[in-house]
Structure formats: C-alpha cells, structure tokens
Ligand binder design. Structure first.
Ligand code: UD1
Length: 428
C-alpha cells in the first residue's frame, strides 16, 4: 500500500493545470450504454475510479479503448450482460450510474446494492423512487437490485431528499428519461455543473433535455441516441484543492483550466479568509487562469456545505485543513453528509484544535501544525491531510493514499512540480 511522505513548510509556487472532472466523466461514460454508436471523450482523467468504470462497462459489453492521442472511445459491441457485480460496485459507488442507462436501453439491469462508506450511510432510495416513477419494477434480492421495464414512460419525478437533491440520482433519472416514451419532469433536480455537462452530452447525442443546472429538468423522450465527441469539463474540486494548498503554504500558484464560473461559493469563502483570486485569463470562464495569492493572516470564517451552488462538501476537509491555521475560531457545518468528519481526529493528531458537535466543527486556529503519521479514510479527507502535511512543521506520512488516487491524478508529482517535498513510498 502506498503512502505519501511529506516534509512540510515549503511554499508552493508555479502553475498547475486542472484535469477533467471525475464526477462529470463517470455518468457520461455510463451514458455510452444509451448510444447506437461510439462516444469519444476528451480530458477524461487517469484515475482508479475511471478505470473501475471502464472495467464495469467492459463487462456490460461496452468496449472502452484509449486512442493514440489519449482520448477515450466507448462503444457497445454486445448487449447481453446487464449485471454490475458487487466486487466492482463495492469499490466504486458511482457504479450505480449504469442502472438508469441499462434499464432505458436494455429493459433490465441487475446492480449490486451499494453499501455504506466512510462518509456515511449513502442511501439510493431517490434513484429507485425516480426509476419506479418512470415505470421500472425493482426488487432487492440477495443484495442485488433487480430492475426491469418493458418500456419506460415519462413522468413527474421529485428528487428532493432530507439532505437536498441527489447528484447521481439526477444523472440516472435524466439519462433513463432520454429514451422513455413521453415527457419527464424532474423536480428538485441537482443543479451541479456535472449534471449540466452530462445533459450537454445527451443533447449532442440527440436527446431533448432542457433546464439542466436548474431544479426543474424537462426531458422529452426520443427513439434513439447516437455517438458523439465530447470534452469533459474541468474538475472544480481539484481546482479548489490546489487553491487551498496554495493558501495553506502561503504560496503563489496560478491555476490553469480552472472552472471558476462554477466555483462562486468557493471563491467567496476563500476571499473571506483573505486569499486573493486574480483572473489572469478569463476569456473562457469555465477554463480560466487564476492566480491564487496568499494572505499574511488567515481570517476565520463560517462555512456550510450545501448542494450546488453552495459550498461543496467535497472541499470541506481541504478547507478545514486550511482553517486550522486561521487567526481565530471558524465554524464548519456539513449539510450534505453530516458524518463526513473522519479527518477531524487525524488533523487533531497534527495539533489542530477541533471541536465537533453533531454536523458542526469549531476550528480554533493554531500557530502551526506538527507533522505526524496519519491515516487517509476517504478521497477528500485524504486531500485535507495532504494539505495539512504541506503546511506542517516536520514530516507527515499520509497512509492509504489509494483513496487519493481515486480522485487526484498524480497529485504527488504535481505538488512536487510546485515545489513541495513529497514522496510516494510503498508501505508493507
Ligand atoms: C456525488 C459526488 C460526490 C459528492 C456528492 C454530493 C459523484 C461520483 N459523486 O455523490 O463526490 O460528495 O455528489 O455533492 O459525482 N441521498 C439520499 N437518497 C438517495 C441519494 C442521496 O438520501 O437516493 C442523500 C445522501 O446520503 C447525501 C445527499 O443525499 O446526504 C447527497 O447525495 P448525492 O448527491 O446522491 O451524492 P452522490 O451523487 O452519491
């Protein structure tokens, strides 16, 4: 198992370019199951989650190939197998994305029920409710969701849950509705930019999707969809992580290919801390060049994670790492995954002063963090620990970085290029 060994205290300096978004790419890859022709994707990041999705699609008869110039080509060559096995679903919850496309195109799907994970319980009731409203019959048998539909029919689907809407649930219902008979209206749809990216691909494929990016999405079903080419949007979470890394090291970093237009809440909170974000090139606001300036003194802030356009839960751990060094008390409230705080105990091992009460953590700023061996628990928590390690005095070992490799391409190499002292080592 790999670990990162970080010698903290180096200021990050230079340029880093944001990769394509993992969370946009995964449901878009699954949408290849809907097409009668090849889907060619540009800017798909090279991550273990993407490889897992490619493996799953391969099992479902969708050939996934990488072209010489690094693009991904997906084409269904066999539509007999409709089963997503537990040993893939358990490594990647986003496997649930194949449920809607399989049902819509093949009329049946067996997908292992995803279990809980480090960030909480993570039910899929809204996905199932939505698909049932479109006419699917779904049963749970031996841990497998067995879904069938002779024909999906457009319907009114409400996707609001206790913690807001569901991102992948919206992707599933929207994808399934493209081939349903009639009109589907999704109310309380997730407004995340990754949903918009998926809708753009579906429309290019011949679907009629309107309203993506708003809480009401209307889909007019069509007979068939064709293959197209698409460039995946840049990853706003990766961009935000490098912004926090620059700020935590008092650095001077320019972030290229930055989807700043989709990061208003992140920019607002970072500016509240005293970090300057200067647009160097804003000609395409979804692919901007942004210079992140450091602040001599980090101001404490209050932040609440929320569905888009609120502050993303996927940046909560990274922001917490940064706020451990602010000059005063900050409050972080988690409204999307209220149990997503496994990094709190690990950051405390590095000298952070954190007090949790339910979904809220008070972060009492300290003068410095002290390097320590820490354990990564999930993807974004790992990123928070790496950031803390970069800012800390002395060596930090972040164990189990396979979590990190699920969502950050070559993070160690990219941080090293910015001047960080960070090595990937094999642990026994
Ligand atoms: C996606 C992202 C993940 C991000 C999350 C929230 C991908 C691959 N993953 O996950 O990185 O942290 O959005 O922005 O895109 N819920 C229900 N019932 C459901 C579905 C969800 O109650 O059927 C709850 C969840 O437990 C959670 C909230 O709704 O509290 C949001 O979850 P959801 O948007 O579905 O997360 P994912 O789409 O799985």
């Amino acid at each position: 198992m790999d670990a990162f060994v970080i010698e903290g205290g180096r200021r990050l300096k230079g340029r880093v370019s944001v990769n394509g978004s993992k969370n946009a790419a995964l449901p878009i890859m699954a949408a290849a199951l809907l097409a009668d022709g090849p889907l060619t994707l540009h800017d798909v990041p090279d991550l273990s989650d993407i490889q897992n999705m490619a493996r799953l699609l391969g099992e479902l008869g969708c050939k996934v190939a990488f072209t010489d110039d690094g693009h991904m080509r997906l084409e269904v060559i066999d539509d007999l197998n409709c089963q997503a096995r537990y040993d893939i679903v358990r490594t990647m919850r986003a496997s649930i994305c194949v449920l809607g496309p399989l049902l819509a195109k093949r009329g049946k799907a067996t997908v292992s029920m995803p279990g809980g994970c480090a960030i909480g319980e993570r039910p899929i009731d809204l996905h199932l409710r939505g698909l049932r409203q479109l006419g699917a019959e779904i049963e749970l048998s031996g841990g497998e969701l067995v879904a069938t539909a002779r024909e999906l029919r457009g319907a009114k689907v409400f996707l609001g849950g206790t913690f807001g809407s569901t991102v992948l649930g919206t992707a599933n219902i929207m994808s399934a509705a493209t081939l349903a008979k009639g009109t589907t209206v999704i109310e309380s749809a997730a407004c995340e930019p990754e949903v918009v990216d998926l809708a753009n691909v579906l429309n290019a494929m011949g679907a009629h999707v309107r309203g993506a990016g708003t809480p009401r999405i209307v889909v007019e079903g069509v007979e068939k969809l064709r293959g197209v080419e698409h460039t995946v949007m840049p990853d706003r979470i990766e961009a935000g992580t490098y912004m926090c890394a620059a700020a935590a090291t008092n650095g001077d970093v320019t972030i290229d290919n930055c989807p700043l237009d989709a990061m208003a809440a992140v920019a607002d909170r970072l500016e509240g801390i005293g970090i300057s974000l200067d647009i160097v090139d804003g000609s395409d606001p979804m692919r901007a060049a942004v210079s992140v300036g450091s602040a001599r003194r980090l101001e404490p802030i209050a932040v609440t994670t929320q569905p888009y356009p609120g502050f993303p839960t996927d940046l909560q751990a990274q922001l917490m790492a940064l706020l451990t060094l602010a000059d005063g008390n900050s409050m972080i409230t988690e409204k999307v995954f209220p149990e997503r705080f496994l990094h709190v105990a690990e950051l405390s091992r590095m000298g952070a002063a954190l007090y949790r009460q339910g979904p809220t953590v008070m972060v009492s700023g300290v003068k410095k963090l002290i390097g320590a061996p820490v354990m990564a628990s999930d993807l974004r928590a790992s990123a928070g620990l790496v950031l803390a390690g970069l800012a800390a005095k002395g060596p930090t070992t972040v164990n189990r970085v396979y979590h990190l490799d699920r969502g950050y391409e070559k993070m160690d190499q990219r941080l090293r290029a910015l001047g960080a002292q960070i090595e990937r080592v094999k642990m026994t």
